[in-house]
Design a protein around this ligand. Sequence first.
Ligand SMILES: *[C@@H]1O[C@H](CO)[C@@H](O)[C@H](O)[C@H]1NC(C)=O
Ligand SMILES: *[C@@H]1O[C@H](CO)[C@@H](O)[C@H](O)[C@H]1NC(C)=O
Ligand SMILES: *[C@@H]1O[C@H](CO)[C@@H](O)[C@H](O)[C@H]1NC(C)=O
Ligand SMILES: *[C@@H]1O[C@H](CO)[C@@H](O)[C@H](O)[C@H]1NC(C)=O
Ligand SMILES: *[C@@H]1O[C@H](CO)[C@@H](O)[C@H](O)[C@H]1NC(C)=O
Ligand SMILES: *[C@@H]1O[C@H](CO)[C@@H](O)[C@H](O)[C@H]1NC(C)=O
Ligand SMILES: *[C@@H]1O[C@H](CO)[C@@H](O)[C@H](O)[C@H]1NC(C)=O
Ligand SMILES: *[C@@H]1O[C@H](CO)[C@@H](O)[C@H](O)[C@H]1NC(C)=O
Ligand SMILES: *[C@@H]1O[C@H](CO)[C@@H](O)[C@H](O)[C@H]1NC(C)=O
Length: 366
Amino acid sequence: MFFSDIFLVVSLMTFLRDFHVSSCDPNCTDKPEFTPTSLVVKYGDPTFASCSLCQHACLDNKTISNVESPVGDSAKNGTTILWTVDRLTEWHMSPICYYSNGNGYQCCSTLNVTVYQPPDRVSISFVNHTGPMFEGHQYTLQCTVQHVAPVENLVVTFYRGQTALGQPQSNNNIEKKPVNESFSLNITPSKEDDGGQFWCEAKLELGPDGPQLPPVVTSENITATVYYKPQLKSSHSNITVAEGNSLQLNCSAVGNPSPMYTWTSDIRSYSSGSVLTIDSVTSEDKGLYTCSVSNRVGTVTVTFNVDVKVSYMGLIIGVIAAVAVLVVISVIIGYLFFYKSNRMGQYNLKDVFRLHTKHSAVPSVE
Ligand SMILES: *[C@@H]1O[C@H](CO)[C@@H](O)[C@H](O)[C@H]1NC(C)=O
Ligand SMILES: *[C@@H]1O[C@H](CO)[C@@H](O)[C@H](O)[C@H]1NC(C)=O
Ligand SMILES: *[C@@H]1O[C@H](CO)[C@@H](O)[C@H](O)[C@H]1NC(C)=O
Ligand SMILES: *[C@@H]1O[C@H](CO)[C@@H](O)[C@H](O)[C@H]1NC(C)=O
Ligand SMILES: *[C@@H]1O[C@H](CO)[C@@H](O)[C@H](O)[C@H]1NC(C)=O
Ligand SMILES: *[C@@H]1O[C@H](CO)[C@@H](O)[C@H](O)[C@H]1NC(C)=O
Ligand SMILES: *[C@@H]1O[C@H](CO)[C@@H](O)[C@H](O)[C@H]1NC(C)=O
Ligand SMILES: *[C@@H]1O[C@H](CO)[C@@H](O)[C@H](O)[C@H]1NC(C)=O
Ligand SMILES: *[C@@H]1O[C@H](CO)[C@@H](O)[C@H](O)[C@H]1NC(C)=O
């Protein structure tokens, strides 16, 4: 009896030594069952599980049973074994619950235990690059996650502001111990990325058995400076202006670094600045004005075609003035003619004026 028990224990230990997680006898119909069926535990935390050895009367007084595990204590109570751990400090383990009865019937189950460690530190940087970036060129962002386990469950996301840019995958999915892992993402910055905040986030996705809030660690922000060619804000280049009015040619542009403006024209020479102002336009100002906006990334030019319209208001005033002058002239001519044709009569021009000042009715010439 005693010896057969010893034999059983020894054979079981041999069985367990050669044991692979998947190799519990699949033909065994009355398997031990763990509750919960799998565990997700933070490294160093306490945990427990219970194992119900069998559902039917599978045990006799020769049965041996236990939970085999490198850590923890087992306590039997009838057909149940309670396995408890005060501090889980093993990275890779699969507790086995087994029994073997006097008929040589052996049966076992394994408990899946995921031991995790949130990252100590997450940092972001550009690979082999410092200083401003140039629009349209490619750069590599790198997110380094330190001391995280298991890397298989790690999801790294790159962000610009609140926008997710990408989720590169780790190709390391066997290491259960904490590792340092770098993830990279290629970006081709545009004007909109100038001043943008880039950062990355490392999240351990541990499934439904994991903590309700998955562990998340984020990096600091890095602020991108993107150099880009000037871009004009508006594109009105054909301008018609009335003579005498003021004219503003506006070639404001955005660019990084801030652009310089150069105006060229056959008509006059002008100083620099984004807006060219002529206070009072004359017909000589008609013509082409070219504004050239440049920074170290590039140059953009815009040509304004200015057409000067002769002012109709001036023309109308001129016509009215000419008509008034004509009227005055014809009145004078009329009076002169009247005076001349009546020089033989009783009245002379002097009398006519005298009569007018008295507001009397126009005297009859007869
Ligand atoms: C399970 O049973 C089948 C047939 O009954 C047998 O061929 C196989 O070897 C058994 N597997 C184990 C692991 O005992
Ligand atoms: C347990 O073992 C004793 C002998 O040690 C035997 O008499 C008894 O029948 C066994 N009980 C069962 C339930 O097998
Ligand atoms: C064993 O389990 C029974 C019920 O499952 C319970 O009432 C009893 O208190 C347990 N004994 C110990 C020592 O835990
Ligand atoms: C244990 O883990 C393995 C591999 O990850 C999986 O195939 C299996 O279904 C898991 N078992 C349980 C009971 O969760
Ligand atoms: C970064 O630069 C170093 C030295 O110039 C080079 O050895 C390394 O391969 C570069 N790394 C990448 C990712 O381009
Ligand atoms: C990074 O920038 C975002 C805004 O883009 C801000 O909400 C966040 O608090 C910043 N994070 C850190 C660590 O400074
Ligand atoms: C991870 O990086 C930290 C800091 O650089 C270093 O101290 C540690 O040894 C690294 N760990 C591994 C597993 O490479
Ligand atoms: C300016 O006028 C020219 C000729 O009249 C025309 O071909 C061109 O499309 C116009 N440009 C704009 C921006 O309106
Ligand atoms: C020139 O145009 C820009 C953009 O349309 C505008 O913000 C700016 O006020 C304008 N400047 C003048 C002097 O009109």
